[in-house]
Design a protein around this ligand. Sequence first.
Ligand code: MCA
Ligand code: AMP
Length: 493
Amino acid sequence: MIPLIERAFQFPSRTAVVDRGNKFNYQDLLERSAAIAQSLLGEQKDLNQQRVAFIVNPSYDYLAVQWGIWRAGGIAVPLCTSYPFPSLQYVIEDTQASFLIVAPEFEETLSPYQKSQTLTYLSTRDLQNYPTGALPDINPNRGAMILYTSGTTSLPKGVLSTHQTISAQIKSLVEAWNWSEKDHILSILPLHHVHGIINVNSCALWSGATVEFLPQFDPAKVFEIFCQGEVNVFMAVPTIYFKLIAFYETLPSSKQEEIQNALKKFRFMVSGSAALPVSVMEKWKSISGHTLLERYGMTEIGMAISNPYDGERRPGHIGQPLPGVSVRLCDENGKEVPAGTAGEIQVKGETVFSEYWGKPEATAKAFTPDGWFKTGDIAIVEEGYYRILGRDSVDIIKSGGYKISALEIEEKIRAHEAVKDCGVVGIPDEEWGEKVVAALVADPNVDISELKNWLRAQLPSYKIPKEFLFLDELPRNALGKVTKNELKKRFNS
Ligand code: MCA
Ligand code: AMP
């Protein structure tokens, strides 16, 4: 039994999805996902945790494919829609996917797989109108989803969650944030990450609420939908609030007033995936009347810490542990720190992932011997509220909510013929939180726009450094290791 899908049988006639003006109820979603499950199964009775990679823009189709994979017994591997071929190939091959489902707009990019010997290539067009039949009974302990996250290694790692983990993550948030069937959320985040998949779509669908899709973030369209008066819950990364504020400020006062009135009717609004600058929180409050609810999470653990739904939402703080989540702060020896001292956030509970896909050593390293997940984020508790102070690695960059590995980018840049060496760091930026920048030891005549285009063929554009600096050599310590904090200063000077 897949708990999220079982719940949908309780409210078949409620509107589940609004997508480009079309409405779909829960019965539609159940029928369509059952047909997709059947077409994936073919002659098989159960996909038995075979991996099914899929690339579909955020939409009703995306949800039907995701649920279809789950109902056939597969592990869903959502692909990032802005990845170039090599990044997609890495995920497809790392998961050893047996199926690849491709929406029409991505067929050209993924055409090398059309005649693959190793996987079954399916267009979403092939998944229409399949006859219904029996579907397998799924044990919730089975693998459900693999999401890729960057870390302190150059290659991203696949994070495996079970249906049980997903249910635990949803239940914790539904309880903490008072989700109900009356809710209507705008889904604008990419759907290969926890924020969009769990916090937005799955919490809404668990509750019998409505998910409205806007496949590509666009401030004008977001405000237009808000002004229609149906949406009452919104969740986004700080950069999105920054961009909405910037756009709002360009509008005439009559339009601003209309937006203000629409926003005041919302039930609540959430920010997460990166630190919410207090200035953004305050500006958004002056526009919307809402104090954004800031929470903290990670791909491996779902959401762990949140400001209260009722009660004070403290600026610059992430709140308290969520229901069902145990949190502790530890020093570098793994010993819990005394109250009021900074330490690494460690997390335990049913919401924590199972393993890094195919990487048992990385999985073992990520947990303490007594089973706590080591987040690498450093925090302190002040008057009962957790506050993030930083991360234990300078090689992880958070830009616009995306986690980016400096090492992955360095490795790619170093492969360029004009580059002898390079160092990538994140520097503070009002809009992106952190901005990816690169120092090059290279032929000074190298054409930066050519270098960027060359990188674009291998990396998604949000990973491409926004600034380049030429240096004769990279700053290093006595052991020869690049001193990244020193490097950051070169960009600020
Ligand atoms: C787009 N660009 C970026 C980013 N996004 N640059 C740096 N960082 C980014 N995040 C660049 C593009 O490369 C492009 O550059 C230019 O901006 C315009 O691209 P476009 O796609 O049109 O931008 P946008 O639509 O305005 O996108 C900004 C965005 C997006 C909406 C903020 O980045 C986004 O959806 N971020 C959310 C990511 C997310 O959901 N993270 C959750 C993971 P050029 O013009 O040079 O090509 S974290 C998570 O799940 C954990 C569990 C948690 O706690 O939530
Ligand atoms: P990801 O691996 O993409 O899931 O990103 C998880 C990371 O995002 C965490 O380890 C934190 O570093 C960061 N993060 C998430 N929420 C917050 C927040 N509210 N404040 C600061 N950092 C956050």
